[in-house]
Design a protein around this ligand. Structure first.
Ligand SMILES: [Zn+2]
Length: 320
């Protein structure tokens, strides 16, 4: 049974963030409406620390969007404005919301991978945004991730050294925040394992974003002004012609794929690193205390897969 006591307070917190985001022109009206249920659902299903990761992504990305400086000669128009619309909010938030919801309904052996997966999603979207925003001001040559050819700034799939540094920094920042929360009962897991799996997931997701951007994502060139764009209609009003990729694969679809990759990589890596992570609602410390007591009792090490339902816990007074 999903615990939804946090839903009202989640809504209040999300409203606060959305109002600030709207006032600072980080969200369009539609973006604000879409961000409310995302924030509320993440806090309600995941917990406050999950919400904190979401806020870290949103505030850092918004701040970078407002402070980016484009090359004077950049002939691109990838900037959709710094206001995020509802499609962008959902492209970045849908997988995060799904993972948070899953953490409430999946059985505990699988549930314990939800928090790393959520961290992986946030790390991937943060890494991608930081790479784009920080790389946007780079004067260094921008190369296509697939061919290594020089491309104009803003081209999907184009990478710079500065952008790559931003990418790794974004993933690491989220991983550090996620690992910091591992002592609290909303954010279970071992710090070192979370740090490693979430950083790798973030960088991998963002890399996947660039690879898809360079191959399958629709890219158009305006016949009138010659600028490259992600949209079929150029900012100058003229129709642009498709030069690469498939029309159905938009930047938002690529973002969705990148965040799914982040979730998958973080969960898989967390599993591959082995051992037993506490599940939601159980702090690492209380898990360690309990497993130590059980270790003394049985004289045998726990393989980490045993059913925990029979285990007595000092705080298990609720009795399910
Ligand atoms: Zn044009």
């Amino acid at each position: 049974m999903p615990r939804l006591q946090r839903l009202p307070s989640g809504f209040v917190a999300a409203t606060g963030v959305v109002v600030v985001g709207r006032r600072r022109r980080s969200l369009s009206r539609g973006g604000a409406i879409a961000a409310l249920p995302v924030g509320a659902a993440v806090v309600a299903a995941g917990g406050w620390w999950w919400g904190a990761l979401l806020v870290a992504f949103f505030t850092s990305s918004s701040w970078l969007s407002r402070h980016r400086h484009y090359d004077a000669g950049a002939q691109t128009q990838q900037r959709r404005g710094s206001e995020r619309d509802w499609v962008q909010v959902l492209a970045n938030g849908a997988v995060a919301t799904a993972v948070a919801m899953a953490s409430q309904v999946l059985p505990s052996p699988v549930r314990r991978y939800c928090y790393p997966a959520f961290g992986g999603v946030i790390a991937a979207v943060t890494a991608d945004t930081w790479a784009t925003e920080i790389g946007a001001g780079s004067r260094l040559p921008r190369r296509m991730i697939t061919t290594g050819h020089l491309v104009p700034a803003g081209t999907s799939g184009g990478v710079t050294t500065r952008g790559t540094v931003g990418d790794i920094a974004g993933a690491t920042a989220i991983a550090v925040l996620a690992a910091t929360g591992s002592r609290c009962r909303w954010a279970p897991g071992r710090p070192s394992r979370l740090l490693l799996s979430i950083t790798v997931a973030g960088v991998t997701g963002s890399l996947g974003d660039s690879l898809l951007g360079a191959t399958l994502q629709a890219s158009y060139t305006c016949s009138d002004c010659g600028s490259m764009t992600d949209h079929a209609v150029c900012q100058c009003g003229q129709n642009a012609s498709l030069t690469r990729g498939y029309p159905a694969i938009t930047n938002d679809i690529v973002n969705l794929a990148a965040s799914s990759t982040g979730a998958f990589v973080a969960a898989s890596l967390s599993r591959a690193l082995g051992g037993y992570d506490p599940v939601q609602g159980e702090s690492l410390r209380s898990y360690q205390r309990c497993s130590l007591r059980r270790l003394r009792k049985t004289g045998d090490a726990d393989d980490g897969l045993a059913d925990r339902s029979g285990r007595s816990s000092p705080s298990a007074g609720t009795g399910g």
